[in-house]
Structures are given as structure tokens and as C-alpha cells.
Ligand binder design. Structure first.
Ligand code: 5GP
Length: 197
């Protein structure tokens, strides 16, 4: 479908544990017009996660059915689980809102092929040493999962070149300010932009 060029789609990608989720929430709090794209996943929910809010949690069978019916703009296998973005959700949301995607480099590559999407691609990176302590501190993954996520860092950062902006997340507020600048530059011609601060 043809999308309204006034609304933008911001992709935030990073190696696991760089602080994307916190930043995504901050963006949504500040810019009320932004909706976070809620992905489908076959991953088991974490204790603090809510179905339909953090993800749509589905079985592998259901996910496969959605792939076969070509319902996804993009999907990827990450750490043994599948994650994907439904076309119908994006096409409906973009009519009224800007969209924020927290997806990986594989999904970004696939979304980039749809020339009708008004994408702004941001890659967040952090110091590798700091990353390990963050992954352990957030206490959401088993030791084995932390190792897998940490080990994927080198592979992940090879794809920085597919993005429009690269931000180093050393200090959360600085990082957020840079994202604000990117959003505002890209929204300058949109008079209906609702900024709350
Ligand atoms: P987590 O399991 O920590 O919630 O997410 C793991 C990774 O999956 C993160 O890097 C996140 O950006 C990525 N991810 C979440 N949803 C999607 C999606 O719909 N598509 C793709 N390609 N990646 C996703």
C-alpha cells in the first residue's frame, strides 16, 4: 500500500543490551504521535512482559502460518526464536502515527526493500566491555543467553553501514538528545507533529 509520506518510521537497532528498550520508551513518552511497533515472536515472555504490549507472543506453528501467508514486512530468527513485523499493523498505524521499530539488522535490510516506507534507520552502539555488565545487570537472561547475546556483538556491528545514523550510547541523555535531533530534522515539514515538551 502507499504510505502517507508525512508520517515517519524510525528503526532503532543495536547489539542486544545497548539500551534500546529504555530509549524507545523515552521517545514514545516525549513524542505522543509515535507508536511502538509491537512485533510477533515465538520467544517465551519474560516475567515483566505483557502479551499485546511488549510483543504478540505466538507459537512456532502460528508464526510459520503467518510467514506462509506473507503477512510479514520482515521477520528474522534471532537467538533461536522468530521475530517479525506484521504488514497489517504497520499499514494501519502509519495512517495516523509515526512508528518506532525496535528490530535487528536482518529486519532492517528487509524493510529497506519496500520503497514506499518512509524509513529513518538509526544504529546504536556501545563499548563492548560495558555491554557485558549491562547484560548481566538487567538480569533478564540465563548465563547461556547472556553469552550468546554478548558473542553476537561482533556479527551485529558489521551491519552498521546499512543505517542512516550511528549513535554511541555512552550516556543515555546525550544519546536521547541525538535521537531527538534526528526526529526533528526529519519532521520539520510536518505541521501536525505533536510535541509534548
Ligand atoms: P529480545 O528477545 O531481547 O526482546 O529481542 C531480541 C532482538 O530481537 C532485539 O535485537 C530486537 O531488536 C529484535 N527484534 C524484536 N522484534 C523484532 C522484529 O519484529 N523483527 C526483527 N527483525 N527483530 C526484532
Amino acid at each position: 500500500m502507499k504510505h502517507d509520506k508525512e508520517n515517519i518510521m524510525v528503526i532503532l537497532s543495536s547489539p542486544s543490551g545497548v539500551g534500546k528498550t529504555t530509549l524507545t520508551k523515552k521517545i514514545q513518552q516525549k513524542y505522543k504521535n509515535f507508536k511502538i511497533s509491537v512485533s510477533h515472536t515465538t520467544r517465551t515472555p519474560r516475567s515483566n512482559e505483557v502479551d499485546g504490549v511488549d510483543y504478540h507472543f505466538v507459537s512456532k506453528e502460528k508464526f510459520k502460518e503467518l510467514i506462509d501467508k506473507e503477512k510479514f514486512y520482515e521477520y528474522a530468527k534471532i537467538f533461536e526464536n522468530y521475530y517479525g513485523t506484521l504488514k497489517s499493523i504497520v499499514d494501519e498505524t502509519i495512517k495516523e502515527n509515526d512508528i518506532l521499530f525496535d528490530i535487528d539488522w536482518q529486519g532492517t535490510k528487509q524493510l529497506s526493500k519496500f520503497k514506499n516506507l518512509n524509513l529513518i534507520k538509526i544504529y546504536l552502539i556501545t563499548d563492548k566491555k560495558e555491554l557485558k555488565s549491562r547484560l548481566i545487570k538487567r538480569n533478564q537472561n540465563t548465563d547461556e543467553e547472556v553469552k550468546k547475546r554478548f558473542d553476537s556483538f561482533d556479527e551485529d556491528i558489521k551491519h552498521w553501514n546499512d543505517y542512516d545514523y550511528i549513535i554511541i550510547n555512552q550516556h543515555l541523555e546525550n544519546c536521547f538528545r541525538q535521537i531527538e535531533n534526528i526526529i526533528e530534522i526529519n519532521k520539520t515539514n510536518n505541521f501536525s507533529f505533536q510535541k509534548t515538551q
